[in-house]
Ligand binder design. Structure first.
Ligand SMILES: [Zn+2]
Length: 239
């Protein structure tokens, strides 16, 4: 967090630049203060997106200026780099709402995990989402026999090696689409476990400040299915 004195001077200068106090108050007082509220907001945003009612939230010039003070994202998401899965768009969120880590095949590495840890400790995000998607080329490539990927450049092989343990024993389903979904979901759940194993994340989860869920995004429909969401929503006061 920004020290109080520094924040006061930042607020003052942002005010001089034209940000209203209401703009600033909104930035400092995120509405999504619990894991359940953050998850509900993502679900509602995705429902708006896939049903053609997206609001595509943007900020006016004053609100953008107020964002200089600090960022207050309500969720952090580890997602694939795939161009068909732009995270803010599919959850109908705007500037400053989500802290997103994208890497092909949404793999947990020290860098991606460190980014998620930063989001929950410094930025006070209440929800971590690991998000896979339909038709993931990285997951599909990791399912090929190693002999077929041996000729790939070193860094690409390194990436595939990080995915392979999750998908090495996916059963041969009749329907290829179902088999691929099974592979992606297995990989998502393996990364969820990886995230949960971080001592930083585990402590935040034990304290009830943070929840970790998986997600499968279907490119064809635009719908996001969550895994582990029932337990999070059940914790909502009155929910
Ligand atoms: Zn992908």
């Amino acid at each position: 967090m920004v020290p109080v004195n520094k924040l006061k001077s930042l607020l003052h200068s942002a005010g001089k630049r034209g940000a209203s106090m209401a703009d600033i108050a909104r930035l400092k007082d995120p509405e999504m203060g619990t894991p359940a509220a953050a998850l509900a907001a993502l679900k509602a945003g995705n429902e708006r997106f896939f049903s053609g009612r997206a609001t595509r939230p943007e900020l006016n010039a004053n609100e953008r200026r107020a964002q200089i003070i600090e960022q207050t994202p309500f969720a952090t998401i580890l997602a694939c780099s795939d161009s068909r899965v732009p995270v803010e768009i599919v959850f109908d969120q705007g500037l400053g709402d989500l802290f997103i880590v994208r890497v092909a095949g949404h793999v947990c590495t020290p860098a991606t995990l460190g980014s998620l840890e930063y989001a929950i400790t410094e930025l006070k995000c209440h929800l971590i989402v690991v998000m896979g998607h339909e038709g993931c080329g990285a997951v599909r490539a990791a399912m090929l026999p190693e002999a077929e990927t041996a000729a790939q450049p070193d860094n690409i092989r390194h990436l595939l090696d990080a995915i392979r343990p999750s998908v090495s024993d996916v059963p041969p389903l009749v329907d290829e689409k179902s088999r691929m979904r099974e592979a992606v979901v297995r990989h998502v759940l393996a990364q969820v476990e990886h995230v949960q194993a971080s001592p930083v994340v585990a402590k935040a989860v034990a304290d009830g400040r943070v929840a970790v869920v998986g997600c499968y995004y279907e490119i064809g429909s635009g719908a996001a299915d969550f895994y582990g969401d029932e337990a999070v929503l059940a914790d909502e006061p009155g929910g």
